[in-house]
Write a new protein. Structure first.
Length: 162
């Protein structure tokens, strides 16, 4: 039995993830998991499925699990999610928010970037925070290959967050 053509590269991750740092890939992986104890109809579950659709290949194309209108439904779900944000564990919210941020900055498809950045931005503002600039994200999640005693210059960080 031969493998389906889309399975031949032996990874469930979409190819674009290879172009971002391992730290960013790890953040997306942590955002894939839905929040336990909620109905499959909870708006957060739709956001989790959308993150999976943006980052993973569908391992079972015979189901409708990863098939939905990612754009229209994601905006609607994010609005409902934010309207009831207090019911979710903050740790879960932050993982989801950061996964949306990376997809919003790094996904190769412009429309996907725009939608996910919009979701990220809505979550950030609902928490009374500000969106992180791309340069700051890149700096924060750059892979460190060797140990360093180098301290980050605070004036440099100030420039990244403005």
């Amino acid at each position: 039995m031969s493998e389906a053509p889309w399975m031949q590269d032996n990874s469930v991750f979409q190819n674009w993830l290879q172009s971002i740092s391992w730290k960013m890939q790890t953040v997306i992986v942590t955002g894939i998991r839905g929040c336990d104890g909620l109905s499959k109809f909870d708006p957060s579950k739709h956001i989790s499925r959308s993150i999976r659709m943006a980052a993973l290949k569908n391992a079972d194309t015979t189901t409708t699990y990863m098939k939905h209108n990612i754009f229209e439904e994601l905006i609607e779900s994010s609005d409902k999610f934010i309207a009831d944000l207090d019911k979710y564990p903050m740790h879960f919210v932050m993982h989801m928010m950061h996964a949306c941020e990376i997809i919003g900055y790094k996904h190769p498809d412009q429309r996907t970037r725009e939608i996910f950045y919009s979701v990220y931005s809505k979550i950030v503002w609902s928490l009374h925070l500000r969106p992180e600039p791309l340069a700051s994200l890149d700096h924060r999640l750059t892979d460190k290959k060797e140990p360093t005693n180098e301290k980050t210059d605070e004036s440099e960080m100030g420039n990244l967050v403005r």
